[in-house]
Design a protein around this ligand. Structure first.
Ligand SMILES: Cc1ncc(COP(=O)(O)O)c(C=O)c1O
Length: 283
């Protein structure tokens, strides 16, 4: 039986009930995070907590101490302990919505209490896929103009990942106006002319925590980096392609839209970044 956290209480999952008029359900009016835990240690907690706080501020959800970094860190640690997840690997999903209120688009009355929910789950990385590489498709970026906020509105990624699944692929690489933005649930890195490229941060992409770690790995390895988007037209001919994320690590992409990238095997820069990232994750 899974124990989850809801609004200050640790309860069996089946008892974690929210009102049907919760604004997360009605409007997608909320922010979420996914955090990785290794042997009970939260990986890059500060980055996740800061992004969550920025997202809440961006939506003007005033959760205060209910969703402070200290509160949520304690919630994560207690959920790991309560669910026997202090050994091995786990993920923790955190969600904060503007709370339950009569369905009116504008903000609810002052005093409406945000809903705070969290669940910890066993996580087993797909080591064979990390080693061998995965495939991806390209897909239009259908999302809104504030993709820097990690909101629970995920219809663009849902449709993109479904298209990927139907194509037998792991990820959908999104593009807008002829340029790669990011993956449906990952950040995209490519190697072009020996230089590692990734789309610069803006309101068009999520400020990925893994992106920051991978850039630090590149710096420590002396891999040259250029934060510049890749044209969709150039993507099939890049030297290396990879997607990164909290539950994806550094994942080589060896074929795109059914055609191999380079020789169809994970490239040397990808391998070096993978090794450096693995060291930081587990070290
Ligand atoms: C759209 C998008 N980009 C990038 C990422 C990777 O972010 P992170 O490294 O913080 O997991 C995610 C993760 O869910 C995502 O949804």
């Amino acid at each position: 039986m899974t124990t989850v956290y809801l609004n200050g209480r640790y309860v069996p999952e089946a008892e974690a009930l929210i009102p049907a008029n919760d604004r997360g359900f009605i409007f997608g009016d909320g922010i979420y995070e996914v955090v990785r835990a290794i042997a009970g240690r939260l990986f890059e907690w500060e980055g996740h907590a800061e992004r969550l706080a920025n997202g809440l501020a961006g939506l003007r959800i005033e959760a205060g101490a209910l969703a402070s970094s200290a509160t949520l860190r304690t919630v994560c640690e207690r959920l790991l302990a309560a669910n026997d997840l202090t050994t091995g690997e786990a993920t923790i999903y955190l969600q904060v919505t503007r709370g339950a209120a009569k369905r009116v688009h504008a903000f609810p009355p002052a005093g409406t209490v945000p809903t705070v929910y969290a669940i910890a789950s066993r996580f087993v990385p797909d080591r064979a896929m990390r080693a061998d590489g995965a495939t991806a498709i390209t897909y239009p970026d259908l999302r809104w103009a504030r993709c820097d906020l990690k909101t629970v509105n995920l219809l663009g990624p849902v449709l993109a990942r479904q298209a990927a699944a139907e194509a037998g692929s792991y990820e959908a690489i999104l593009h807008r106006d002829g340029w790669v933005t990011e993956g449906a649930a990952t950040t995209v890195f490519v190697v072009r002319d020996g230089v590692l490229h990734t789309t610069p941060l803006s309101t068009a992409v999520l400020p990925s925590i893994t992106r920051t770690v991978v850039l630090a790995c590149a710096a420590s390895l002396g891999v040259p980096v250029h934060e510049a988007a890749t044209a969709l037209a150039d993507l099939p001919s890049v030297e290396e392609l990879m997607v990164v994320g909290t539950t994806t690590d550094v994942q080589p992409i060896v074929a795109l839209d059914g055609r191999p990238i380079a020789d169809g095997r994970p490239g040397p820069v990808t391998r070096r970044l993978q090794a450096a990232y693995t060291e930081r994750l587990y070290g």
